[in-house]
Design a protein around this ligand. Structure first.
Ligand code: CP
Length: 317
């Protein structure tokens, strides 16, 4: 693995999940792999889990880590080519990426979508510029369209919690939210579930919330949430804004919130969410505080998933 921007960079999902679980058993298994290497983490947007779990993962491998909050601490970056830079931008992303590539062995970047311009967001211009100009491996800490470190941790969580000798039924459900949110987590989860092929995967959302088929492939879509939840072993809960009416909230139906009544329709389903989650909007207190929720274990697994990815890159570059 040279870069980690999507599931397409992964040779074997099964092997990467197993590697993450090996690190969970022994966090210092490869604690000299990153000795003398430095990870640069660039944040264009806020983060709690990704920011901390990636630092812990890198340190478990013996790496040094430097975090830069680009929006607050860096110069305002210009993205357009051939522009006369007489406006508010001070530095072109070409120089910034190339310079940062001189300082770090791996560069990790978080950059959210605008949710205003789909063509711009789905072109992944910011992370693409780092890929082009940094000259070192680039890791996505969540980009405009995908969140692969989250998805890997999600698969690790399903793998370690499902003990039965059959394929689990995993249902990804849209849930309401007060703000328009990116499609990166559901795009990514769909893409990884399709590539994993160790579970039966179903997506449920109100009409108008269809994701790009580039990520969902042939995943079945059921518009009736109650019907979709029947027999589910896992409910993966997430809000996202509309793709067709790009970045808009087109449904606020509170009946899509995950409550204990919804859990009763399932096969005593475990409940997952990438966090942060709005309580009693997306998932009810009774579920988040109850025995079916595995959201904390899921967030904990972010460390092992990231450690597996960083180790793969260190071993292959
Ligand atoms: N799930 C996730 O990426 O959380 P943060 O935004 O807090 O990093």
């Amino acid at each position: 693995m040279k870069n980690f921007l999507s599931v397409e960079n992964v040779q074997s999902i099964r092997a990467l999940v197993d590697k993450a679980l090996d690190y969970k058993k022994n966090r210092l298994l490869d604690n000299h792999l990153g000795t003398g290497k430095t990870l640069g983490m660039l944040f264009f947007n806020p983060s709690l889990r990704t920011r901390v779990s990636t630092q812990v993962a890198a340190r478990n491998l013996g790496m040094e880590v430097i975090v830069l909050n680009v929006e607050k601490e860096g110069w305002q970056l210009e993205l357009d080519e051939g522009i006369v830079m007489d406006g508010s931008s001070t530095e072109h992303i070409k120089e910034a990426a190339a310079v940062l590539g001189q300082y770090f062995d791996i560069l990790a970047v978080r950059t959210f979508p605008t949710l205003k311009d789909k063509t711009e967001d789905y072109s992944e211009r910011i992370i693409g510029q780092f890929l082009k100009h940094a000259g070192v491996p680039v890791v996505s800490l969540e980009s405009a369209t995908l969140h692969p470190l989250q998805s890997l941790a999600d698969l690790v969580t399903i793998k370690e919690t499902f003990q039965e000798k059959r394929r689990p039924k995993v249902v990804m459900t849209w849930a309401p939210h007060v703000k328009p949110l990116p499609q990166s987590v559901p795009n990514s989860f769909a893409e990884w579930m399709n590539g994993w092929d160790e579970a039966d995967f179903l997506i449920t959302h109100p009409e108008g919330y269809e994701l790009e088929t580039k990520y969902t492939h042939n995943a079945k879509i059921e518009y009736n949430q109650d019907k979709a939840l029947e027999g589910a072993d896992y409910i993966y809960v997430k809000n996202w804004s509309s793709v067709t009416e790009y970045g808009k909230i087109i449904n606020r139906d509170a009946s899509w919130m995950i409550t204990s009544r919804k859990i009763a329709m399932t096969n005593n389903s475990r409940v997952m969410h990438c966090l942060p989650v709005r309580r009693n909007v997306v998932i009810a207190d009774e579920v988040l505080d109850g025995p079916n929720s595995i959201v904390i274990q899921q967030a904990g697994n972010r460390v092992w998933a990231t450690q597996a990815v960083l180790a793969e890159i260190l071993q292959n570059n």
